[in-house]
Structure formats: C-alpha cells, structure tokens
Design a protein around this ligand. Structure first.
Ligand SMILES: CC(C)(COP(=O)(O)OP(=O)(O)OC[C@H]1O[C@@H](n2cnc3c(N)ncnc32)[C@H](O)[C@@H]1OP(=O)(O)O)[C@@H](O)C(=O)NCCC(=O)NCCS
Length: 198
C-alpha cells in the first residue's frame, strides 16, 4: 500500500499527524457534547482522551498504515481545531470522517478537509472508492458529503448500537470514476487555490 504524504495543506488549513502535545486541543473539542452529538463516542473526558490519543499514536507506527487520523490545524495560530480521518476498511476502500470545534463551524472548513482527503485517497492511496457513514440526523455532515459529490447509496437501519441506542446511518460513496470525471470538469482542488491564505 502507498503512503500518505504528510502534512497536507488545504487552502486554509494544515492536516498533520497528532503528537502527544495535542492532548489539550483534542480534549477541548471532543469533550463538547455539541461536537459528539452525532458521533458514536463521547463526549470524552480526560481519561478517554488519553486512551484515544495513545491508540492513534500507535496507529501511526503500523506498517502498512491503514488509519490516518489527522489533526486539523489553523496555520496562523497553530491550534488544533479538530480531527479528520481516512481509514482503510478493505482493499481500495477508505472511510472518510471529520469533526471540528464549534467555534469553527460554518466556514466551509469541513468541505475543504473532505476534498483534500478524497484527493489524497485517490491520488496517493489508490482508492477505488471513498465512503462515509453518517447519522441520518446529521444534516450538516450530509450536506458536506453531498457538496463533495458523494452519492447516497443506502440507509442502514440499526447500523450500530452506541451510547445506549441504535443508530440509523446513511452510506455515502464517491467512486473513483465519479471523482475523476468531476476533476476533469474542473471541480475545485484544495491544492489549486490561489488566495493569499492558500
Ligand atoms: C459536520 C461538521 C464537520 C461540518 O463542519 P463545517 O466546517 O461547519 O462544514 P461546512 O461549512 O464545510 O459545510 C456545512 C454545510 O452544511 C450546512 N448546514 C449546517 N448545519 C445544517 C443543518 N442543521 N441542516 C442543513 N444544513 C446545514 C451549512 O450551511 C453548510 O452548507 P453551505 O456551504 O451550502 O452553506 C461540523 O458541524 C462538526 O464538527 N460536527 C460534529 C462532528 C460531526 O458530526 N462530524 C461528522 C461525522 S460523519
């Protein structure tokens, strides 16, 4: 399997591997119930944040590496404002995810991050498909996936039991051919932005 070049830049953000120093930044967004409302875990306390950080630092050392859980950083402040991930779930198939602290919602960041990750999956990890499963009530995230050109493929009733309830989830898929066709039509690439911040 090929490697992912890190860090990656989007027009306004940097996606890089987490380090042990990111503990406070992770705790700040993942302890917020508004952030974890549509996620299977959380809100996290200090102990579960420490476990999570330890497991993701361990995943960085895997060979071949199959899980790319990355810190989302604002370049000016160098603050970690969220996380995103690409995880290989089977040969050629990568699952995409993202979360941001609430202060950073509504600026198009998630769309920018998702575009950069999809591009990385197709160009560097040789993905045939990028997928995402999303809580049926997570309107903002569904909108991000649709802006990315992902297509609704199925609804999984009782997809998972977490936090004392069953979750219904949509499956969204971006096949390589669709992504390539969009790209050929000139859909924006996160690496082609010419703004001063890019
Ligand atoms: C989902 C999340 C990452 C979106 O981040 P973001 O940077 O605000 O997303 P963007 O600004 O790129 O796009 C969000 C879009 O959804 C729209 N939106 C936001 N809330 C919405 C709602 N309740 N209903 C419908 N659309 C909504 C926004 O208007 C925007 O669309 P637009 O660009 O056409 O105006 C952020 O809300 C978050 O971190 N949520 C908690 C974690 C999470 O649920 N992650 C997804 C797991 S699958």
């Amino acid at each position: 399997m090929r490697r992912l070049t890190l860090p990656r830049r989007t027009p306004r953000l940097v996606l890089r591997d987490f380090t042990p120093e990111d503990f406070d930044g992770i705790l700040a967004y993942s302890s917020d119930p508004r952030v974890t409302r549509h996620l299977f875990f959380g809100p996290r306390d200090a102990d579960s944040t420490a476990d999570y950080l330890e497991s993701l630092l361990e995943s960085q050392r895997e060979t071949p590496r199959t899980r790319f859980e990355l810190a989302v950083v604002e370049p000016d402040t160098r603050r970690v404002i969220g996380a995103c991930d690409l995880s290989r779930i089977e040969r050629g198939v990568f699952d995409l995810g993202y979360m941001l602290g609430t202060a950073h919602w509504g600026r198009g960041y998630a769309t920018e991050i998702a575009r950069a990750l999809a591009e990385a999956a197709f160009l560097e990890l040789r993905a045939a498909r990028v997928i995402s499963t999303v809580d049926v009530n997570n309107r903002a995230s569904i909108h991000v996936l649709e802006k990315l050109g992902m297509r609704w493929e199925a609804v999984y009733r009782k997809h998972r039991r977490a936090k004392n309830r069953w979750w219904d989830c949509h499956l969204y898929v971006l096949p390589r051919e669709v992504w390539e066709a969009e790209r050929a039509r000139g859909a924006p690439s996160p690496y082609e932005d010419s703004s001063p911040a890019g």
